[in-house]
Design a protein around this ligand. Structure first.
Ligand code: PGA
Length: 255
């Protein structure tokens, strides 16, 4: 990453894992590993663990994120959680548009865009996931897919809000598969995303915006991925559930 322009954001995406006592223990184990980090360290935990996590990280440099929010402020949306509810809890980040949400819960770019606006209005820092399917990469349309997602997901937000938004480049074929994009593939895609942001919001915003890589990032491959100019951190699933591995990734970001 370019440390002169941006600070790395290392975010764990715990997905549907950990009970409250387990979450507490994992955060306790991460605390000393994150204490001297010069990157931003975030744990995106299940809704049921948010309050535990917010209390556990008090007085530390670890931030807490949720894994989704609804786009309406309140109302008849059984099973949903609003951005305001998260903000009131002390949550700072929220993951939006993760490919698992798009794949299994029928989320679209349109609803990701609405969720993004709701999250920003509530003062949350969104982490918006974009990424191509394997066959889209094989067909040679990775750039088109990423460009379309960025145009739709970030439609109608201000340049200021774009600066506050973290983008996670997550090639769908690399998520939870053990198949990581090569550092070159990650760099190419993250640089392309930045060029789209430059066209939409101007070069200053593009230079400032954080573009993470996500997809089987781990203790072994993190340093190489994070050494790339346009890779500003990681959204980490599996490896964020083991404190020593997550700690190694934080170390790699401090580099
Ligand atoms: P993974 O997940 O690190 O387990 O591949 C990344 C993500 O889905 O955010």
């Amino acid at each position: 990453m370019n440390k002169k322009l941006r600070k790395a954001v290392i975010a764990g995406n715990w997905k549907m894992n950990k009970t409250r006592p387990e979450a507490f223990d994992l955060i306790e184990a991460i605390k000393p590993l994150a204490a001297n980090a010069d990157c931003e360290v975030v744990v995106c935990v299940p809704f049921t663990n948010l309050e535990t996590a917010v209390n556990a990280v008090k007085g530390t440099n670890i931030r807490v994120g949720a894994q989704n929010c609804h786009f309406e402020k309140s109302g008849a949306f059984t099973g949903e959680i609003s951005a305001d509810m998260l903000a009131e809890l002390g949550v700072e980040y929220v993951v939006l548009g993760h490919s698992e949400r798009r794949q299994y819960f029928a989320e679209t770019d349109e609803t990701v865009n609405k969720r993004l606006k709701a999250a920003l209005a509530a003062g949350l820092k969104p982490i918006v996931c974009v990424g191509e399917l394997l066959w889209e990469r094989e067909c040679g349309i990775t750039d088109e897919v990423l460009g379309k997602q960025c145009k739709l997901d970030f439609y109608g937000i201000s340049a200021d809000d774009m600066r506050k938004t973290v983008i996670a480049y997550e090639p769908v074929w690399a998520i939870g598969t053990g198949k990581t994009a090569t550092a070159e593939q990650a760099e190419e895609a993250c640089a392309y995303i930045r060029s789209v942001i430059a066209k939409l919001f101007g070069k200053d915003v593009a230079d400032a915006v954080t573009v993470q890589y996500g997809g089987s990032m781990n203790a072994k491959n993190a340093a190489e991925l994070l050494s790339k100019e346009n890779v500003d951190g990681g959204l980490i699933g599996g490896a964020s559930l083991k404190a020593p591995d997550f700690g190694e990734i934080i170390k790699a970001a401090n580099g």
